[in-house]
Design a protein around this ligand. Structure first.
Ligand SMILES: Cc1cc2nc3c(=O)[nH]c(=O)nc-3n(C[C@H](O)[C@H](O)[C@H](O)COP(=O)(O)OP(=O)(O)OC[C@H]3O[C@@H](n4cnc5c(N)ncnc54)[C@H](O)[C@@H]3O)c2cc1C
Length: 542
């Protein structure tokens, strides 16, 4: 993983000259390219740990389980959110862990936690490090030092219960490694967030992550059937169960706990038979309300595809403009859609996965309902194109940052009855904040992750960066968007989690009583407050 951005160093550039020219004309770009600083020039604070503190940690996790070299500290200094990348590229992360620990078992994690609680060392659980909400920021809180606890050496598949379709894993296992293991056995987890290439399953569970196919497979919270949590003052082991009525849902209380209660060390996950058939295709709607109504009908009639993504007018227009902008491929794509009757309006991708007969039957029913709602079928080409590029956007973000262009995404979920109003209000709030910053930009959105009662809205904004004030510019947008989201009766996050970025809205999200209950749980499991300070829960008012 690039220390300053996304993916592998050798990934081919995807920003075309025509796309850059379009952005220069529409939102503006930086006066000159600004590549990241040299790796050696990333400034880190000195580690606060002396030799005896390091020796005590080595005694628990082994000498090779404690690192404090420049590379490890930089790689664990931040996640992959916009402000993280701005700071890293400038060589000025907000801090760095004083050491990086890589325990190799649940027992070692427990011993580390107990030691850290006694020694006032804060701990930041670290999976793939792909948090976009400040979830892995190395904050020390009131403690003497802060350590990153990287789960990468806890990546074994522990057991497969074929009969119950459940796999048990250590929490550090990466999503691609688990998918490979399952594919060899004719199975799939079906969890494909856009960050799929790098996420750990522990990180996914800790953030209540949702994959691109969550409409069909469910988000991670529906997949976690059992888990093991190592907390500084306790341990919780919950076996895989299909369901239970034994009090409030303990599993659900720990899924989404973002490392503030303890470390999820093991998970039991529901798996499914790998699909034999995958059909992804495009449809077009006259406008967003028509598309939303069609998706709501599918939800009401229990006819939802496994993937459904409906772009608003702006996103449809921009994605078409930027698809192969200036190339023959792009011109052909536009001609293809035009020939099938797409003349502006909204594009959607719908995808069906499963056995052949099942897919045929579900697809037929969904298409009947879509046609009755006024949708135009665009055939398989848009679906294939989406599938091919589904993990590409983060690479483009890095290239745009080099050209002084801010790209940020944020998401929410809301009931169908409030969805169009929320879309309008949040887009207007983001657009207004950008304009007030003197950098009017592009604001676009898609509806995805569908439920019977509502759906997620996923916004993307593109604007020229205010050089030297990038984080302040971003913060103003975030504040306006977050307030508009809560005012619209929506949630502050559908799948990116709370991290540090959303703590300010948690009281409105769950109420004082909800916050008090979460804090009581934390006080019980982590009385010294060493687990991931500053995340999920807002600071207590004095
Ligand atoms: C380009 C990009 C695209 C993304 N797309 C999606 C998407 O489609 N869907 C989606 O849901 N998210 C998405 N995300 C957000 C991110 O990938 C998810 O939040 C993911 O679940 C994080 O997994 P991770 O292993 O990287 O966790 P990390 O980033 O390492 O950690 C995330 C949080 O969980 C805690 N944590 C990590 N491991 C554990 C553990 N074992 N026990 C307890 N706490 C732990 C950390 O302390 C932190 O607070 C995207 C991010 C990027 C950069």
């Amino acid at each position: 993983m690039r220390w300053w951005g996304w993916g592998r160093e050798d990934h081919a550039p995807s920003l075309t000259a025509a796309t850059l020219a379009y952005l220069r004309d529409s939102v503006g770009v930086g006066a000159r390219p600004r590549p990241p600083v040299a790796f050696a020039n990333v400034a880190l604070p000195q580690s606060r740990l002396g030799e005896s503190a390091l020796d005590a940690l080595r005694a628990i996790v082994g000498a090779d389980g404690v690192a404090l070299d420049h590379r490890e500290r930089v790689l664990h200094a931040a996640g992959k959110g916009y402000p993280d990348l701005v700071r890293l590229r400038a060589g000025a992360p907000r801090g760095a862990p004083d050491a990086v620990l890589t325990p190799s078992s649940h027992e070692q994690v427990r011993a580390v936690l107990e030691h850290c609680a006694r020694s006032s060392l804060a701990l930041v659980p670290f999976g793939g490090g792909t948090s976009v909400v400040g979830g892995v920021e190395p904050l020390r809180g009131a403690h003497a030092a802060v350590l990153a606890l990287d789960t990468r050496r806890m990546a074994r598949v522990l057991a497969l219960d074929r009969e119950s379709a459940t796999v048990s894993v250590e929490a550090g296992v990466r999503a691609p490694a688990l998918e490979r293991y399952l594919a060899e056995r004719g199975l799939t987890l079906g969890h494909f967030p856009q960050s799929y290439e790098y996420v750990s399953l522990g990180g996914c569970a800790a953030t209540r992550s949702a994959g691109q196919a969550s409409t069909g497979y469910g988000a991670i919270d529906k997949m976690v059937l059992g888990l093991r949590l190592a907390a500084p003052a306790a341990e919780i082991s919950l076996p895989a169960l299909p369901a239970t009525a034994a009090g409030p849902g303990m599993r659900q209380l720990l899924v989404g706990s973002e490392g503030v209660l303890g470390v999820l060390s093991e998970l039991s996950l529901r798996v499914r038979t790998a699909p034999r058939e995958r059909i992804y295709e495009g449809v077009s709607f006259e406008n967003l309300p028509a598309g939303v109504e069609a998706l709501r009908t599918l939800a009401r009639e229990h006819a939802l595809p496994d993937i459904a993504r409906l772009s608003d007018e702006r996103e449809s227009e921009i994605s078409l403009l930027l698809t192969g902008a200036g190339t023959l491929k792009g011109a052909l794509a536009r001609a293809y859609l035009g020939a099938r009757g797409h003349r502006g309006g909204c594009l959607a991708i719908v995808g069906f996965e499963g056995g052949r007969a099942e897919v045929a039957c579900r697809r037929r029913r969904a298409h009947e309902l879509l046609a009755a709602s006024g949708a135009r079928s665009l055939g398989a080409a848009p679906g294939r194109a989406w599938l091919k590029g589904r993990f590409e956007a983060p690479y483009l973000r890095d290239e745009l940052l080099t050209h002084g262009v801010m790209v940020e995404t944020l998401e929410t979920a809301v009931q169908w009855s409030g969805l169009l109003a929320a879309h309008h209000a949040v887009a207007a709030a983001i657009g207004g904040a950008l304009a007030r910053a003197g950098t009017p930009g592009i604001v676009m959105c898609h509806v995805s992750h569908l439920y019977e009662s509502g759906a997620s809205l996923y916004f993307t904004l593109i604007a020229r960066q205010r050089e030297g004030e990038e984080v302040e510019q971003w913060r103003a947008v975030k504040r306006a968007a977050g307030d508009a989201i809560l005012d619209a009766g929506a949630t502050i996050t559908h799948h990116h989690a709370v991290g540090t970025d959303h703590t300010g809205w948690m009281e409105r999200e769950v109420g004082d009583g909800g916050l008090a209950a979460l804090r009581a749980l934390k006080d019980e499991l982590d009385p010294e407050g060493i687990m991931n300070p500053g995340k999920l829960l807002p600071a207590r008012s004095r």
